[in-house]
Ligand binder design. Structure first.
Ligand code: GTP
Ligand code: SPV
Ligand code: MN
Length: 589
């Protein structure tokens, strides 16, 4: 007999739903999470006892643990992710669709009795600062302690969420079970019309931390369209000048294309007195303020960041952020109980335990850490956390940047001629695929606004929503496109990236603040000779020339690829975007 549920809330909507989910999944017991330190300690001990977490060396990584996920479950699974709207057309050609009745029946079968012998944790959480008019409450029920402990870092979790919810029925209902981890029985289903998410068969980040990609982006983008705001796959940062003026910028780069790094960047020597402050590293919720500007909050409370490539040269602030109270997933373990991954500082250790728990020796052909190994770290650990990161009003955005991972074609930086041209630049963004999702890596695909895997409705309607927002934003941010990843004939990156991206960011904010001119090209405005500050930059001038070059043949091919991408949207593609493509084509010819 399962023990009766003890409810720490009088909210009947919540009580009824939890009762229903427990009847479906039949856990032995139901535990409401309060978010307390005592609870964290208890769950951590339990996870260690069950082998879910491995304690790291407390001298080297205090409060840190390692988790190894099932080797078949290490990234988002876009082919198993569904948008379940009543009408198939509303999900659009870029999403997988399942009818809601079919999805509830199919997953209902898998969830039935799935928590037998297990504990169901009820995790109430807030996305966004507690009490902000922009914030949303979600409740995730899960049978995974790993999920609970990650949600505790990534969201404002526990009592505060129940208090914010009060008696309201307005909360996202998330149901998760790790199931049997078989990819054949793995589904991540979104029901935007019911504000509901059902996820089964995975224990990996974006598939199971339901507040993140599922609520904050897929359901969020749908709510944004309905309610007149925007949910975007964007970092948010503030750039402070030596005079103390801070300009806020939001930037959309696809998964594993540099958001966390850009958001925590340390400006190079040349930019003495300049500071970059992090508001968010992955997601922005933006609405128009009473002043007609676009205001953004970071709905998250922590960072679920890519570990490989992170080191004290590329991202010192991330290294400091993950020095304590961090959960590591699928990284390698050193002999003295610390973590390691490809691209970490110092010499490569002779011996490690790899991400699958197997012995690993230096020189091995296999990677010691999984390429999509991640850290989950509290935002408050970040030494450059913006003092407005918890502000319920958010920050006013002066510039929006779109950036993909392109070894050719796309130049270092371009400014859009107008808002609608900027929407065109975002909508036609392409990027090489990365290890953040299962599937082939390094293939260029169109990834509009870095939202291809995250728009919770028809992509054509999403473009329309972007264009419509212009009417409400009387002081619109300027829009830019960047590419840190262009390669030379030797296959090496032409641009040094990381902190040196400050040079591009400086031009962006100068343009946004109307402080510098630009040179018109067929793609948009680019820096005039001398306006991109390259002093003290230790790379050949030819590299910069190549990184900023506009190759007309490459652009002809690019436009053909854009045309076929646009074609799939039929009459749901806003005419404005096709006109921008035609204009570019005529400029090219
Ligand atoms: P998600 O968390 O998946 O959304 O990724 P993200 O966009 O936050 O990417 P992140 O900053 O974690 O960077 C991903 C990878 O890109 C890491 O391996 C970085 O080392 C690399 N990277 C980041 N910035 C740059 C850059 O400016 N130049 C180059 N060449 N690589 C970069
Ligand atoms: C991404 O893939 O864009 C991530 C990691 O930020 S995940 O949470 O898995 O989506
Ligand atoms: Mn992301």
């Amino acid at each position: 007999m399962p023990t009766p549920i003890e409810f720490p809330t009088r909210n009947d909507h919540l009580r009824m739903w939890v009762t229903e989910m427990a009847a479906l999944t039949q856990p032995d017991r139901v535990v409401f999470c309060d978010g307390s330190e005592e609870e964290k300690k208890r769950l951590t001990e339990e996870a260690v006892a069950q082998g879910i977490l491995i304690p790291l060396n407390p001298q080297k990584r205090p409060g840190c643990y390692l988790h190894r996920s099932n080797p078949n479950d290490v990234a988002r699974v876009e082919h198993l992710t569904f948008i379940c709207t009543a009408n198939k057309e509303d999900a659009g050609p870029t999403n997988n669709w399942m009818a809601p009745s079919e999805a509830y029946a199919k997953l209902g079968g898998l969830f039935s009795g799935a928590m037998k012998g297990r504990t169901m944790y009820v995790v109430p959480y807030v996305m966004g600062p507690v009490g902000s008019p922009m914030s949303k409450v979600g409740v995730e029920v899960t049978d995974s302690i790993y999920v609970v402990l990650n949600m505790r870092i990534m969201t404002r979790m526990g009592r505060a969420a129940l208090d914010m919810l009060g008696d309201s029925n307005d909360f996202n209902r998330g149901l998760h079970s790790t199931g049997d981890l078989s990819p054949d029985r793995r589904f991540i289903c979104h029901f935007p019309e019911d504000n509901t998410i059902w996820s089964i068969g995975s224990g990996y980040g974006g598939n199971v931390l339901l507040g993140k990609k599922c609520l904050a982006l897929r359901i969020g983008s749908y709510l944004g369209k309905t309610e007149g705001w925007m949910a975007e796959h964007m970092l948010i940062l503030g750039v402070e000048s030596p005079e103390g003026q801070t300009t806020y910028v939001a930037a959309a780069f696809p998964s594993a294309c540099g958001k966390t790094n850009f958001a925590m960047m340390i400006p190079p020597e040349r930019f003495k007195g300049w500071k970059v402050w992090t508001v968010g590293d992955d997601i922005a919720w933006m609405r128009v303020g009473p002043d007609g500007r676009l205001w953004a909050i970071n709905p998250e409370n922590g960072y679920f960041g890519v570990a490989p490539g992170t080191n004290f040269a590329s991202n010192p602030n991330a290294m400091k952020t993950i020095s304590r109270d961090t959960l590591f997933t699928n990284v390698a373990l050193t002999r003295d109980g610390d973590v390691w991954w490809e691209g970490m500082d110092g010499t490569v250790p002779d011996e490690l335990t790899d991400w699958q728990g197997r012995p690993w020796k230096k020189g091995s052909a296999e990677k010691a850490a999984h390429p999509n190994a991640r850290f989950t770290a509290p935002m408050n650990n970040n030494p450059v956390l913006s003092k407005l990161a918890n502000d319920p009003d958010g920050v006013p955005i002066s510039a929006i940047i779109f950036g993909g991972r392109r070894s050719d074609t796309v130049p270092l930086v371009v400014q859009a001629f107008s808002w609608s041209h900027g929407v065109f630049l975002g909508a036609t963004m392409g990027s090489e695929t990365t290890a953040a999702a299962t599937g082939k890596v390094g293939v260029v695909r169109r990834d509009p606004m870095a939202m291809l895997p995250f728009a919770g409705y028809h992509m054509g309607d999403y473009f329309t929503h972007w264009l419509k927002m212009q009417r409400a934003i009387t002081i619109p941010p300027k829009i830019f496109q960047v590419n840190w990843f262009r390669k030379g004939t030797d296959g090496k990156f032409l641009w040094p990236g990381f902190g040196e991206n400050m040079r591009v960011l400086k031009w962006v904010i100068d343009r946004a603040n109307g402080r510098v001119g630009g040179q018109e090209t067929l793609l948009g405005w680019v820096p005039k000779a001398g306006d991109l500050d390259l002093s003290g930059l230790d790379i050949p001038a030819a590299n910069v020339d190549q990184a900023t070059e506009l190759n007309l043949d490459e652009w002809k091919r690019e436009l053909e690829s854009q045309e076929s991408f646009f074609a799939q949207f039929g009459d749901r593609l806003p005419r404005t975007l096709e006109i921008h493509r035609q204009l570019l084509l005529s400029r090219l010819n």
